[in-house]
Design a protein around this ligand. Structure first.
Ligand SMILES: Cc1cc2nc3c(=O)[nH]c(=O)nc-3n(C[C@H](O)[C@H](O)[C@H](O)COP(=O)(O)OP(=O)(O)OC[C@H]3O[C@@H](n4cnc5c(N)ncnc54)[C@H](O)[C@@H]3O)c2cc1C
Length: 457
């Protein structure tokens, strides 16, 4: 049976492994546990996700994966209580405008800036070949107010990034396509009958997002080896040789599903330009502070999905998710869970503040959102992700093109991971599905190891 080795047991690597059928699959993970950014702690009936707290339900490969793992009946859709999303601006929480009508009636933007928004359908398309930043694109189409009050906070909340450095076509390809195909964002929104809301609904599993990676780990059984960093990769006539502390492992195909810097290290001896492209993908640090409170601990009860902070506000955090509104089953009745995100490219130093200073910053921000704190938290957990989210900065599509081209140059070698085709959990599963199909296709056209040896001699 053909052997495939996967490097990295985050959702990208685990999903790729699960989609491979009739293959001897081995996943090597450097840390002592599987899951990467999809891990959950469960403490006294509370579900605390360390990083990702769900995914959008719009990716068919995710539906397929959940079915394959018999997890479909474990899906928890986001609660209707989480419909409103807030933006903190001018010292108060204001509803985020998600439809063209809301954009024109929102109190986030002054009337003269709304007049500028009305011009959007008449603005010419940008030049197709230009790698524009998100800030340049949105300023051009909707005006700078819209960047500061809406897109800035959204981009910080999703990508932990600044719109001035993010590449539109890499980070928001659908938005670039809206302009290209309809000539206007408003016209596209009307045609698609959808506003600026995310494309899909958030969902998680009964035992938190980590239930997905835990189930994947069970599914793989002995095919998953943790505490086993891959230290080197060599191409030989017999196939690929993967070097670990336990020895050299021969494989017909290898999937690199570890973060870009780890992939760069493994590629350095094989192709300097691919290693350089991977090295040039930057990461932003994100710290998640999860706090559990008794109901009534603030002047105002959290209501809605959560709040993101407009640019120019002196708050110091990216925003807070009202997790107990989005997923009420994640804590006992009568409790509140808040998840506050700190850092990103917006304020990277804040992500590594010492514990006490970090909590001071977070609790002060929460008071700004919800009013005076009347009680101490029941529980606080701090999850630091020093290389949290890859930044799809200008030039990203050129870098990923270089990496993708390496698959043709090195037959049997494949690349996956959140630095390539989308940072969301569902994107990683989508990529995993595509890569698994490519691997399977490669194995079909090549003979098993022994025959391959004969052919290449
Ligand atoms: C704070 C935070 C919140 C987020 N929230 C959401 C959310 O709510 N919804 C959503 O959709 N997405 C969210 N994301 C994004 C999403 O979680 C990630 O993009 C995704 O989980 C990344 O998966 P991955 O497998 O590509 O990478 P990783 O999770 O980074 O996994 C890579 C694995 O490779 C291993 N590895 C590294 N080097 C080696 C080596 N040499 N040998 C073997 N193994 C190695 C690592 O230890 C790691 O386990 C969030 C991310 C962060 C940081």
């Amino acid at each position: 049976m053909a052997r495939v080795i996967i490097v990295g047991a985050g959702i990208s690597g685990l999903a790729t492994a699960a989609f491979l059928d009739n293959v001897d699959t081995l996943v090597f993970e450097s840390s002592d546990s599987h899951g990467g950014n999809v891990r959950t702690d469960r403490i006294d009936g509370r579900i605390l996700d360390r990083a990702a707290n769900g995914w959008l339900d719009s990716e068919p490969a995710m539906t397929k994966l959940l079915e394959k793992l018999n997890l479909s009946d474990q899906i928890i859709p986001v609660s209707e209580r989480a419909e409103i999303r807030w933006i903190y601006a001018d010292g108060r929480m204001q509803p985020a405008p998600l439809s063209p009508k809301e954009m024109l009636t929102t109190s986030l933007i002054p009337w003269w800036a709304k007049l500028r928004i009305l011009l959007e359908p008449f603005i010419f398309r940008g030049r197709k070949e230009t790698d524009e930043t998100v800030a340049q694109f949105v300023s051009r189409r909707l005006g700078k107010w819209f960047v500061d009050r809406f897109v800035g906070p959204m981009v910080a909340g999703i990508h932990a990034a600044r719109p001035e450095s993010l590449s539109l076509k890499a980070a928001f390809p659908k938005m670039a396509a809206m302009e290209r195909d309809y000539g206007s964002l408003f016209r596209a929104m009307f045609a698609k009958k959808r506003g600026g809301a995310p494309s899909g609904h958030l969902q998680t599993l009964q035992a938190g997002a980590g239930q997905l990676t835990d189930t994947l780990a069970q599914y793989l059984g002995e095919g998953l080896q943790c505490d086993m960093p891959v230290e080197g990769l060599t191409q030989t006539k017999e196939g690929w040789v993967v070097h670990t502390k336990s020895g050299e492992h021969l494989a017909d195909a290898v999937v690199l599903a570890c973060p870009a810097p780890a992939q760069a290290k493994l590629m350095r001896g094989l192709d300097a330009s691919v290693a350089e492209a991977l090295d040039n993908i930057e990461y932003a640090p994100v710290t998640v502070v999860v706090s559990v409170w008794a109901a009534g601990s603030f002047d105002q009860a959290p209501n809605g999905f959560g709040v993101l902070v407009a640019r120019g506000e002196d708050v110091g955090v990216l925003g807070t998710l009202f997790t107990s509104c989005a997923f009420p089953q994640q804590c006992p009745e009568g409790e509140i869970i808040l998840r506050t995100m700190v850092g990103g490219s917006v304020n990277p130093k804040a992500a590594s503040l010492p514990h006490e200073q970090l909590l001071e910053l977070v609790f002060a921000a929460q008071e700004k959102f919800l009013g005076t704190q009347r009680a101490d938290p029941i529980l606080v957990r701090v999850y630091r992700h020093a290389a949290g989210i890859p930044q799809y900065t200008l030039g990203h599509t050129t870098r990923t093109a270089t990496v993708n081209a390496a698959e043709a140059k090195f037959p049997g070698l494949f690349f996956a991971g959140n630095h390539l085709d989308g940072i969301g959990v569902k994107d990683c599963v989508g990529t995993g599905h595509r890569i698994a199909q490519n691997v399977q296709g490669w194995l079909e056209i090549t003979a098993p190891v022994e025959q391959a040896t004969t052919e290449t001699q």
